[in-house]
Design a protein around this ligand. Sequence first.
Ligand SMILES: NC(=O)c1ccc[n+]([C@@H]2O[C@H](COP(=O)([O-])OP(=O)(O)OC[C@H]3O[C@@H](n4cnc5c(N)ncnc54)[C@H](O)[C@@H]3O)[C@@H](O)[C@H]2O)c1
Length: 268
Amino acid sequence: MDVPGFALITGAASGMGKETAKKFAQDGAAGAALLDLNADALEKVKSEVQPLSNNKNFKIVTHALDVSDEEAVMKAVESVKESFGRIDYAVNAAGIAFKHEGGGAFAETKDYRKVLAVNLDGTFFVMRAVAKTMLEQSPLKSSIDGRELGRGSIVNFASVAGLTGIGLSTAYTASKHAVIGLTKTMSEDYAAKGLRFNAVCPGYMDTPMTRQNEVISKAFDERVANWTPMGRAGQPGEVADAVIFLCGGRSSFVTGSAMVVDGGYTER
Ligand SMILES: NC(=O)c1ccc[n+]([C@@H]2O[C@H](COP(=O)([O-])OP(=O)(O)OC[C@H]3O[C@@H](n4cnc5c(N)ncnc54)[C@H](O)[C@@H]3O)[C@@H](O)[C@H]2O)c1
């Protein structure tokens, strides 16, 4: 998939972030920085990712942090830059889902703020710190055909909830619509300077997030059965493939996009 550089992945301890980390290793990346709230799970994922690389110099580092903590994000990105010398790809997969019982009219401010803090602020803090680093580095060349690839590529996890409304998910849909806005605007700001920004919009995916409690699990099964034309949930690796494509040289003319990977959920 043409990802010869160094990657930083948030939400790397589980689900789609974890699958993305594995694919970077399999597809020839020089190294990966795995960031997540869950320190124990991160170390386990590190031991699963390392052997997948054929590159004996493959570097892997972990940082346990809360992406909504601005200071912690700045420190971690600085440390990753010191470890690798550069950051070529950043993937913002850290996120939380929440259903407001009774809908938006009954949503509690603390729940609303928490979802926005992780999904939106966290994505912004990482993007901002990584973009600054990328702007200072020399462009990378394709490992396949030598074409110029620019200074870096950032992929943010939005969702089909960034494109449509979804019942009981006021804060979540607001955060994911906003992630698409952030992505398009940063793309506009830096397209001519060699940075690419894209979002990926998964549909209903088989990950720990969608089985975390009964309300979310029930809504998930209903959406897969009645709203997903392919009639099944997506597997984490099916989104990770899209993320690797958007990070790497195969997508060198793609920026500001929001790619759906949803089994047809948004087709009508
Ligand atoms: N699963 C789906 O159906 C689905 C659909 C569309 C979009 N998404 C989005 O995809 C992304 C990945 O979701 P997933 O299904 O793989 O979820 P997941 O729950 O399996 O993984 C999310 C990871 O993010 C980490 N995380 C949560 N809060 C954090 C914080 N404050 N700081 C750092 N790390 C934090 C968790 O510890 C976890 O490891 C999320 O942004 C989610 O909103 C998921």
